[in-house]
Design a protein around this ligand. Structure first.
Ligand code: BES
Ligand code: MN
Ligand code: ZN
Length: 505
């Protein structure tokens, strides 16, 4: 567990294991990197030779590059680490967040690290970014090794600021702690092996954490789902011996000044085999992450309980395991969804929209002003936008606000259309709607998902669907503050959007 502290002393005299300073890249690639503000004390201890020394060691100042050197007694700390911040003035908050994450990862195994990075005031978001980056980059999944291996995360990260007793600066640090805890909880749930996290146990984990946080909790088991008419969740969930659930979480502040109500919905497929329309074996293990939307929504609610925004929030989290079995649903089935719409199933691997349609229809009964839903919904999202940019669909105004919020927190998304011709192609001859385009036409595959889900949202509710199939999970090596496995996307986007709604209505 990494903890954050603030200090306003000369970093060169701090009793820590390493001091992190920032360096910008110069326009001229052959020139020495430029020391960022905050590095003055360390540079003075190096007789003004820090930049030249770093240039000798090959430092270029590119974002997240870490160059370590021994201080040989020049500073109290035995190690100096210079972290690249990119070109001066480019996307400063996200560069700082990434640099901070890279630095703490490179210094894993150290008990105490000080960050002497530039512009650490609360006004420009720099302090929040550095604090978040350090905590998110320090995340480690406990895993299942009999003998734990690897270095421990940094114990204490001291962030150098102009005034350590400044209340606003302290508030930023404590907010970063809450946000990072939520992201870590999301990552832990997603990284948990799918045999250890099936719908009943996932519902228990979420309910327990939410109760502890002081949220109102309700869990619908398979009998309650049956009695309530949740046909989509049941169709998918009954194919598994581990029966489906839906968790409802509510946060109701007294006298919320915004007067607005937000509903959150997240896809909780604890494992997606594809069902009868079974997936190929290669890569199927990654479908343990198919509950990334559910984990993000549940974790967001835990942060909400701690941050107490002035807006009412309710979350619906459907959970099912998509298996192929004698009780599994099949292509050709007609499923009566919550609220009565009849869906003609063409492919059991399009299971996310089946459980989400029910949850969205139920959420609308609570009369939200805003409905934010997130899901690892389509491979089409990855084809269209890649692994790091989420697909955003829905009503234009809320979609734009989600995109702007995502940009502020370093979780980019891109608005996608819901075209009429694709909608037309989802008309069924025998039911109210086809689950996917006629003939399983894969054109506009991500958009089909958005169109289907929009059908379950009531008129007048502002809606945003965030397809996180790519961005929620990172199978490569860690970079910046993104660790291997679950990324925790879009927890910070949801929290940022909620903040925006609480402040601006
Ligand atoms: N969970 C998958 C989508 C997915 C793919 C998430 C890759 C993360 C990475 C979803 O349930 C799925 O299988 N979608 C199908 C839909 C198709 C059958 C209409 C897909 O994307 O091919
Ligand atoms: Mn699927
Ligand atoms: Zn799925």
């Amino acid at each position: 567990m990494t903890t954050l502290a603030l200090a306003d002393t000369d970093p060169a005299e701090l009793p820590v294991d390493a001091i992190v300073v920032g360096v910008y890249s110069d326009e001229d690639p052959a020139a020495a990197p430029l020391l960022a503000q905050g590095a003055e004390g360390v540079d003075a201890a190096f007789d003004g030779k820090l930049a030249a020394t770093l240039a000798l060691l090959g430092a270029t100042g590119s974002v997240g590059e870490v160059t370590k050197l021994a201080s040989l007694g020049a500073t109290t700390a035995p190690v100096i680490a210079a972290v690249g911040l990119g070109k001066p003035g480019t996307a400063p908050a996200e560069n700082l967040r990434r640099a901070s994450g890279s630095a703490v990862r490179a210094l894993a195994g150290s008990a105490k690290v000080a960050l002497a990075l530039p512009a650490l005031s609360e006004e420009d978001g720099g302090l929040r970014a550095v604090a978040e980056g350090a905590l998110l980059g320090s995340y480690q999944f406990a895993g299942y090794k009999s003998k734990p291996s690897g270095k421990d995360a940094v114990g204490t990260v001291t962030v150098l600021v102009p005034a350590a007793d400044d209340a606003a600066a302290q508030a930023e640090i404590s907010r970063a702690g809450v946000v990072a805890d939520a992201v870590a909880q999301c990552r832990d749930w997603v990284n948990t092996a799918p045999n250890e996290l099936r719908p009943p146990s996932f519902a228990d984990f979420v309910a327990e954490a939410a109760k502890k946080a002081g949220l109102e909790v309700e869990v619908l088991d398979e009998k309650a789902l049956q009695a309530g008419g949740y046909g989509g969740i049941l169709a998918v969930g009954m194919g598994s011996e581990a029966l489906p659930r839906m968790v409802r979480l509510a946060y109701t502040p007294k006298g919320a000044s915004s007067g607005k109500k937000v509903a959150l919905v997240g896809k909780g497929i604890t494992f997606d085999t594809g069902g009868v329309s079974i997936k190929p074996a290669a890569g199927m293990w990654e479908m343990k992450s198919d509950m990334g939307g559910a984990a993000a929504v549940a974790a967001t609610m835990l942060a909400v309980a701690a941050l107490k925004p002035s807006v009412e929030i309710v979350a619906y989290i459907p959970m099912a395991e998509n298996m192929a079995s004698g009780s599994a649903y099949r292509p050709g089935d007609i499923v009566t969804m919550y609220g009565g719409k009849k869906v003609e199933v063409l492919n059991t691997d399009a299971e996310g929209r089946m459980i989400l349609g029910d949850a969205l229809a139920r959420a609308c009964e609570d009369n939200p002003d805003y409905l934010l839903e997130t899901a690892t919904l389509t491979g089409g999202q990855v084809v269209a936008l890649g692994k790091r940019v989420s697909g955003l669909m829905g009503t234009p105004e809320l979609t734009a606000r989600v995109q702007a919020a995502g940009d502020r927190v370093g979780e980019p998304g891109w608005a996608m259309p819901l075209p009429d011709d694709i909608k037309k192609n989802m008309e069924s001859d025998i039911a109210d709607i086809l689950q996917v385009s006629a003939g399983m036409d894969r054109g506009g595959h991500m958009l089909q998902g958005g169109i289907f889900l929009s059908e379950f949202v009531s008129e007048g509710v502002q809606f945003a669907h965030i397809d996180i199939a790519g961005p929620s999970y990172h199978s490569g090596e860690a970079y910046g503050y993104v660790t291997k496995g679950s990324t925790g996307v879009p927890v910070r986007t949801l929290l940022e959007t909620i903040d925006d709604i609480a402040l601006n209505g």
